[in-house]
Design a protein around this ligand. Structure first.
Ligand code: ADP
Ligand code: MG
Length: 729
């Protein structure tokens, strides 16, 4: 029987290989494998890879074995094998403990993959993954100028993938027969794109880099078009369902909120407020993204929109990513509303409403009460976490959904909440991570965007510095001294660590377990610092005498809440915490943040964290402590974070670093990777063009009946994690 894109790999490859590909890389069919593209291409002979690699990089290099030596270890049992490999431009050492690979002989060529470590000033790989040329059946593959390097996994090496793909490419009948091109011929012609078969051939077995480029632009086109078709279809469906207008009414909750605010709204807050007020007044559901730097005052904008909806007789829900944040919102809003937020209670104002908190950890009786208030409509403002999405949470009349710090939520979750309205509610999504235009356009389709550009005046701003703990140990002491000075001046501080500590299974994902003895490499990093350990060290050392407490995700919600209250009240001076303080926590008197092992955090995460100390009138200080050398890519990434407070710039940097990680992460965990080639950052133009084509296609062929190939791809995307990836991009 003829092989097609849908043929299971079990029919064309060996059973073990097929099973590993399915389990570890999520490749099940011939099509999956053909769409598993090389990550990059190694050039034999002329490459300069080894000279360029940096400690901490995860790389694959193509190199030749120069020497092999084995000796017993000095202070422990067992042997150490050192293999020197070179590629013409540089050399590097591979080390193996108690393991000697028989095929590793001088002059053998191979690919070596791993994280670059350092031992006594020399770069090295400890226990690299490797794929040797020797004994390989077709040497001509290695003679080619460009050797494809694939995202690989534990049991499926780049080399195995290369051989399997080659098998398919050479299958009887050839690629043209195997591959049906879903792209309409006229689109292909208009944009000068290769046929699919040619593009696939070139991406897997290119002769020149130009081949790769042309192949990629064709394959990206498929991705962009299918994506835009999906989004366009979603938009159409949404437009067919009207919502309910929630007009502004004077003399109600909104006016009371405005009267109670202890500050004047910034111009931006007023403008965005007007936009929202007008949109809520339409029966076409609002669908708006509110971007604003950390501390720009998004919450009050949301609260005013919620008040308008309550005044119009509806309910508003605020979805927060953590319990700490939900509780903080509830506390803040209740405080602001005073008696107007306690309708139905003894001291409440009957003209007001109820502010109800609904989280997973409520005690049964409290929860029952909360659910009843939500269901009978007496709770005008409902604040909660994921618990709001669950079955059994029924709103009397949900008019507005506000999603705070959107990047923590996926589409399904947002849709689940939206489905709780009798008619589609208005939706306001708030984020502090600025989203590049293409990403917004791609992910949200027609979502309108509002931006708060200015911070409320009188803010001190944050200055950030990197503290290279290994290069300048003295700076670490200085950091603690600065923290003490601030506390002495009446301010408060956060110390953030990547890990909680003190439990098995709390180990970092990237420890690879090679022995840390003196014969051992330093390639495996020490475990990340933990809240519990650091708190103890600080208490007994540099911060002795200060009132210090810890906050982390393993505490019960009540404990967390009590800890946050004590900190907000100034009773605690220093809070040692995990990233639970990352999102939205608001204590204006806190002015210092020391981030330990800052290199373990993402760029956007650091920016978020730092936002916690820019919230009052005092100037904030953020110190990023790291072992990473200043000159390493990691050190430079941290320097970039310290150098700019432009969230937009940082979001870009974050996307760039994450994209690489995504490929690796997907390969390692065995998940199918997301959009494969399309880059939301670099392919702006292509995405915009694809959007135009998609709209035109659907205008004449709404159900894609004339384009079965495209229809199938769209259907596949709908069930794939790819859409999910975009949500999180
Ligand atoms: P974010 O946009 O990061 O969610 P918040 O809404 O938490 O920011 O606001 C940060 C702080 O600024 C809060 O303490 C809030 O009360 C305060 N704030 C908001 N708007 C103003 C304003 N116009 N003037 C002064 N302070 C404000
Ligand atoms: Mg916020």
């Amino acid at each position: 029987m003829a092989v097609t894109m849908g043929t299971p790999l079990t029919r064309v490859l060996g059973p073990k290989t097929a099973a590993s590909m399915a389990d570890q890389l999520g490749l099940h069919t011939v099509g999956d494998l053909l769409r598993h593209y090389p990550r990059r291409y190694a050039r034999r002979g002329e490459q300069a890879d080894l000279a360029d690699v940096q400690v901490g990089d995860r790389v694959t290099v193509l190199a030749q074995v120069r020497s092999v030596t084995t000796r017993p270890m000095r202070n422990r049992r067992g042997s150490l094998t050192e293999v020197v490999v070179g590629d013409g431009s540089g050399r590097m050492k591979l080390v193996f403990f108690n393991h000697r690979h028989a095929q590793l002989k001088p002059n053998a060529w191979g690919m070596f993959a791993g994280t670059v470590g350092e031992w006594r000033g020399e770069k090295q790989f400890a226990h690299p993954d490797m794929h040797l040329l020797e004994g390989v059946d077709d040497e001509d593959d290695w003679a080619r100028a460009l050797v494809p390097i694939y995202p690989a996994s534990k049991d499926v090496s780049s080399w195995v993938i290369q051989k399997s793909v080659k098998l398919l490419l050479g299958a009887s009948g050839g690629l043209e027969e195997l591959v049906e091109d879903p792209l309409p011929e006229e689109i292909r012609a208009r944009h000068g794109l290769l046929p699919l078969a040619g593009a696939l051939l070139d991406i897997h077995r290119p002769t020149t880099l130009e081949d790769v480029e042309r192949a990629e632009s064709r394959l990206k086109w498929d991705e962009a078009l299918v994506l835009q078709l999906t989004l366009a279809a979603r938009r159409r469906a949404a437009a067919l369902e009207p919502g309910i207008a929630r007009p502004r009414r004077s003399g109600g909750l909104l006016d009371a909120v405005d009267a109670a605010l202890p500050f004047a709204l910034t111009e931006g807050q007023r403008e965005v407020g007007e936009e929202l007020a007008a949109e809520l007044d339409r029966d076409q559901p609002m669908h708006r993204l509110l971007q604003g730097e950390v501390g720009s005052g998004k919450t009050v904008v949301a609260l005013r929109a919620m008040a308008q909806v309550v005044d119009a007789g509806g309910q508003a829900a605020l979805l927060a990513p953590t319990e700490v944040l939900a509780a903080q919102h509830a506390r803040g809003i209740r405080q602001l509303l005073g008696p107007l937020g306690r309708a139905g209670e003894l001291d409440g104002d009957p003209a007001g409403t109820r502010v109800t908190l609904l989280t997973g950890s409520l005690k049964a009786a409290v929860k029952r009460q909360a659910l009843a208030e939500v269901a009978d409509g007496s709770a005008g403002i409902v604040i909660g976490t994921h618990a709001l999405l669950q079955q059994g949470v029924d709103f009397a009349d949900l008019g507005l959904v506000v999603v705070d710090e959107q990047h923590r939520f996926g589409v399904e979750q947002r849709d689940a909440l939206r489905a709780k309205g009798n008619r589609p509610p208005h939706v306001l999504v708030m984020t502090a991570t600025p989203i590049p235009r293409t990403v917004a356009m791609t992910v949200y389709g027609d979502l309108e965007t509002s931006t708060l550009r200015q911070l409320p005046s009188g803010r001190g701003g944050v200055s950030s510095s990197v503290v290279p703990a290994v290069e300048k140990p003295g700076w670490v002491d200085r950091a603690w001294a600065r923290l003490r000075e601030e506390v002495a001046a009446g301010r408060q501080a956060y110390v953030v660590c990547p890990r909680i500590g003190d439990v098995p299974g709390d180990e970092p994902e990237d420890a690879d377990g090679s022995p840390p003895e003196d014969d051992g490499p330093r390639s495996d990093r020490r475990p990340p610092l933990a809240v519990l350990d650091v708190a103890e060290l600080l208490r007994d050392g540099p911060l002795a005498g200060l009132r210090l407490d810890v906050l982390h995700g393993r505490m019960t919600p009540d404990e967390k809440d009590a800890t946050m209250r004590a900190f907000a009240a100034g009773e605690t001076q220093v809070l040692v915490a995990t990233t639970v303080v990352e999102v939205g926590v608001d204590v204006p008197n806190a002015t210092v943040m020391v981030v330990m092992d800052a290199d373990r955090f993402g760029v956007s995460q650091l920016h978020q964290l730092r936002g916690r100390v820019a919230r009052g009138k005092h100037a904030g200080l953020c110190l990023l402590v790291t072992d990473a050398p200043t000159s390493s890519p990691t050190g430079q990434r941290l320097a970039a974070v310290a150098a700019t407070s432009d969230g937009f710039e940082l979001a870009r940097l974050d996307l760039e670093t994450r994209r690489e990680g995504d490929v690796l992460g997907a390969a390692q965990s065995g998940r199918r990777s997301g959009i494969r080639l399309l880059s939301l950052l670099e392919d702006e133009e292509l995405i915009a063009t694809a959007r135009t084509e998609a709209t035109a296609l659907l205008a004449t062929d709404r159900g894609l009946a004339d384009h079965p190939g495209l229809a199938a791809e769209v259907a596949a995307l709908a069930t794939d994690e790819r859409a999910d990836y975009l949500e999180k991009a």
